[in-house]
Design a protein around this ligand. Structure first.
Ligand SMILES: [Mg+2]
Length: 174
């Protein structure tokens, strides 16, 4: 079986939506996800970079994120034909481990714990494919990178891109 590594945030878990909501509440702003197309929130408010980051460090931040539409159904189907690993650069926020693990158990109960990889540098991942919203993870990845569309990566070119989980299904199961 070929092996697919799948990122969490902005691929199966909607972290950006919750993050922006918390930011707006905290700073009494009304920034919409469309206002930060092609960028990250920290690019829009560079002077608030550490505050912006700090929401992610909150131990419960990742526990109640919405599931990205279609990801559960498609990953279930893919898992009959491919070996699936969930690979998250969780070392960026070590306080997120428990919440991320519990979230995966709740929403992806059909995957084994043994297929969860909480890592730092993703170049250690040995898989045939990596579905991720961050192009930096493809630079030293040994397999085929597949860019999952997120508002911050709209303008990236030169990558195989999928816009949603229907397109992931078409890519792997057609
Ligand atoms: Mg991500």
């Amino acid at each position: 079986m070929k092996r697919i590594a799948i990122d969490m945030d902005e691929v199966i878990a909607d972290a950006a939506e919750k993050h922006l909501k918390l930011y707006n509440q905290h700073f009494k702003e009304t920034i919409m996800i469309d206002d930060i197309k092609g960028k990250k929130l920290r690019d829009l408010r560079p002077h608030l970079e550490s505050e912006i980051k700090s929401f992610f460090a909150e131990p419960t931040f990742f526990r109640d994120l919405n599931v990205i539409e279609g990801s559960q159904e498609v990953i279930k189907k893919l898992s009959q034909h491919y070996e699936i690993f969930i690979t998250t650069a969780a070392m960026e926020f070590p306080s997120s481990f428990t919440a991320k693990y519990e979230w995966l158990k709740e929403h992806f109960p059909f995957l084994s714990d043994m297929n969860f990889v909480f890592c730092g540098d993703k170049s250690i991942i040995h898989a045939d494919y990596l579905i991720d919203d961050n192009v930096r993870h493809f630079k030293r990845f040994c397999g085929q990178g597949i860019l999952f569309t997120a508002s911050h990566n709209m303008h990236e070119t030169g990558y195989v891109r999928v816009n949603n989980w229907n397109e992931v299904q078409d890519y792997f199961l057609k």
